[in-house]
Design a protein around this ligand. Structure first.
Ligand code: ADP
Ligand code: MG
Length: 355
């Protein structure tokens, strides 16, 4: 047949390339939400309000009170690889912000309807821009694509509608919107624990009360109590340790032997980015094995700060995984410290029950 005999190599349409790339970065609504939350935190926001409809597939909206975006930047905001955070490749080594590739908004604009309303401190009004496929587009047919002046407070509101409408197979793959909402809530809780001085709220569209509501001035242990419950909060031990030679700082909260759950809850942040690490999770579970009865598991929130020059954040499109130098030694040192903290609590508990 024709296609078998004429196997010529052709460049893909730019539009196809963009959709493929976007589908790798944004796999589910929660990936889009994570990017939006990180952008808001990068923008110095002290409050993040999140609104979700149909598990984020119909609507995902994040409203922040951060620095806002200059009107002049709006035309290129959603082009691929436009960012205010990275200039040279070497900057990747010292990157302190969450974002750096300028890909998130571009990706979202290729697979969803994206509306941005934003106001900087010095602007006299807010500006609203609508995007399609990386470019400004009219809000309604026949209108101009230019950003429109609207009333608004300082900060940025990003509205993502009809996620994956350009990738129907992906859209159909989501069976349960409540599963997607659970993933969203899980991610918001993680950032709400990690980001001090930032208030978070997350609401399902059409419901009167928020699922999550954490005022900005809430201590970390109170955040854990409100988000993960009293039984977690009552058994918490705060820890912190560091090692200059290995080049890391670690801090967090972990439940002691008084607490046990059916499953481990592990909140891991590496250089303020929420990530997964099977290796670290396993090491922590092993650490607890000597303190907890069989089949009971801890809650651990761990924030690891590693010299940015030793971390490779760019190993995965969703930035879910990171690798760093001295990984094994660092994990061992953190777990050793955790073990000694837990042993102390355990000893005092035994002491208390004996008297
Ligand atoms: P990155 O975060 O990697 O730079 P993004 O596509 O996520 O790429 O965002 C592009 C740029 O848009 C950012 O560099 C930032 O300047 C701006 N931006 C995005 N979201 C916000 C926000 N909530 N507040 C202020 N600026 C924002
Ligand atoms: Mg970003």
């Amino acid at each position: 047949n024709d296609t078998a005999t004429r196997r010529r190599i052709q460049a893909l349409d730019q539009d196809v390339v963009n959709k493929i790339a976007a589908g790798e970065i944004i796999v589910a609504p929660v990936n889009a939400l994570k990017e939006l939350m990180e952008n808001s935190v990068d923008a110095g926001a002290a409050s993040l309000e999140i609104l979700v409809k149909d598990g984020g597939l119909k609507l995902l909206q994040v409203t922040d009170n951060g620095c806002g975006i200059e009107k002049e930047d709006l035309p290129i905001l959603c082009e691929r690889f436009t960012t205010s955070k990275l200039q040279k490749f070497e900057d990747l080594q010292t990157i302190a912000t969450y974002g750096f590739r300028g890909e998130a908004l571009a990706s979202i604009s290729h697979i969803a309807h994206l509306t941005v309303t934003t106001k900087t401190k010095d602007s006299s009004c807010a500006w609203r821009a609508v995007y399609e496929g990386g470019k400004l587009t009219p809000a309604k047919p026949g209108q101009s694509a230019d950003p429109k002046p609207v009333a608004g407070r300082q900060g940025t509101q990003i509205t993502v509608e009809d996620l994956f409408y350009t990738i129907p197979t992906r859209q159909r793959a989501f069976r349960s919107t409540s599963d997607e909402y659970s993933k969203i809530i899980d991610m918001v809780r993680r950032y709400a624990v990690h980001c001090p001085h930032v208030g978070f709220s997350c609401k399902k569209h059409g419901e009167s009360s928020a699922t999550i509501a954490i005022p900005a001035h809430t201590s970390r242990s109170d955040r854990i109590r409100r988000l993960y419950g009293g039984s977690v909060a009552n058994g918490l031990t705060e820890f912190s340790t560091s090692d200059d030679q290995l080049g890391f700082k670690a801090s967090g909260f972990a439940t002691n032997a008084n607490y046990s759950a059916k499953k481990t809850t592990f909140l891991l942040f590496i250089n303020h980015r929420c990530v997964e690490s099977f290796k670290i999770r396993k090491a922590i579970e092993q650490t607890y094995a000597s303190f907890l009865p069989k089949n009971s598991h801890p809650f651990v929130y761990l924030s690891l700060e590693i010299d940015p020059r030793k971390v490779d954040v760019n190993v995965h499109p969703t930035k879910q995984e990171v690798h760093f130098l001295n990984e094994d030694e660092t994990i061992q040192a953190v777990c050793e410290h955790l073990r000694s903290e837990l042993a102390q609590v355990d000893a005092s508990r035994t002491f208390l029950t004996q008297t």
